[in-house]
Design a protein around this ligand. Structure first.
Ligand code: MEV
Length: 327
């Protein structure tokens, strides 16, 4: 990763003069996933790793993700290209930018609820913007959301907002993003429990459940919104025990929505058995990751227990100084 990123997170790479590089980070959702799609608030916490994108001008757009195939639009009519290339086309159109050759690398697992595709979208939007030298207000977020919607259909925008801003964030679909005031440090550990399901399919499954049972699902969504409001107060007061209890209640409601799995439930139980203050799935569910709120004592015990059963683990932190996760 090249050193010397500017405040927008982009830089000219040193190894290849024509390429411009930028990065963006993944996220976990502390509370409020799925309900956020229907207008409720949610709280996200930025990770300190995510995606890097390098771009340069080209005759026609190409895209590679990691060591995967280099996708090219040259020999395919619009509408028949692979989905990631269609997403790049939407991102470029949103920025009114010409075709690019784009190379990307992920430092977090894709499809696990950690916002990998949003981190790719923000990194690409930053790199393309830096290449063309223009930056209209809000253009990075809009371009990344245009990319994200190709994959997820009805993305709320929380993943791209978290990838763009980092830190601990309050988000609503209508109001966008604002940083949250924290009364004390927040320590969250993350376990990659099992392969994740497609966010698009999980969001569609919840939408179908809502069509079948509008009142029941409406009650669950309203209850989640109440927990998120209460969590904002708990975060401001530094009341970690209260925050943990709210996360646990959120997990119960996600079970009711049908988006948890036996593996995710077991991983939550394992963390609670080691003294975690709260634990829940994060992101769309159907597999993927679990997060646990920990303190100085339980942190190592939870990480050890998860690693003993073979989970890869990450950590996310934020402090009362409200510093951004980008850096
Ligand atoms: C995915 O990280 C969060 C969901 O609420 C979908 C979204 O908000 O776009 C499941």
């Amino acid at each position: 990763m090249p050193a010397g990123f500017d405040r927008a997170g982009s830089t000219r790479t040193l190894d290849h003069a024509a390429f411009v590089s930028a990065r963006a980070n993944g996220k976990v959702i502390l509370l409020g996933e799925h309900a956020v799609v229907y207008g409720s608030p949610a709280i996200a916490l930025g990770l300190t790793s995510g995606a890097e994108a390098c771009v340069r001008h080209a005759e026609c757009s190409t895209l590679s993700i990691g060591t995967g195939e280099r996708l090219t639009s040259s020999d395919r009519p619009v509408g028949e290209e692979p989905v990631a290339l269609r997403a790049l086309r939407e991102l470029l159109a949103s920025l009114d930018a010409p075709p690019v050759e784009a190379k990307t690398v992920l430092a977090i697992p894709a499809g696990a609820g950690l916002g990998a595709s949003a981190a790719l979208g923000v990194a690409l939007a930053r790199a393309v913007t830096a290449l063309s030298g223009s930056l209209a207000a809000g253009s990075i977020g809009r371009a990344a959301l245009a990319w994200e919607n190709v994959f997820h259909g009805n993305a709320s925008g929380i993943d791209t907002a978290a990838a763009e801003h980092g830190g601990c964030l309050w988000f609503t679909r209508q109001g966008g993003v604002s940083p949250l005031r924290l009364g004390s440090s927040l320590q969250v550990v993350v376990a990659l429990v099992e392969p994740g399901a497609s966010t698009r399919l999980m969001v569609e499954a919840v939408a179908e459940r809502r069509r079948q049972d509008p009142e029941g699902v409406g009650r669950v969504m309203a209850a989640i919104a109440g927990l998120v409001e209460a969590a904002r107060q708990a975060l401001a007061a530094g009341a970690s025990g209260e925050l943990g209890s709210l996360m646990l209640r959120n997990q119960e409601l996600l079970v009711e929505l049908g988006v948890s799995t036996p593996g995710l439930d077991r991983a939550c139980g394992l963390a609670l058995g080691q003294g975690a203050l709260g634990a829940k799935l994060t992101g769309a569910g159907g597999g993927g990751c679990v997060i646990a709120l920990v303190d100085g004592e339980s942190r190592t015990r939870v990480l050890d227990a998860w690693q003993r059963v073979g989970f890869s683990c990450l950590e996310a932190k934020a402090g009362p100084d409200a510093s951004s996760a980008l850096g």
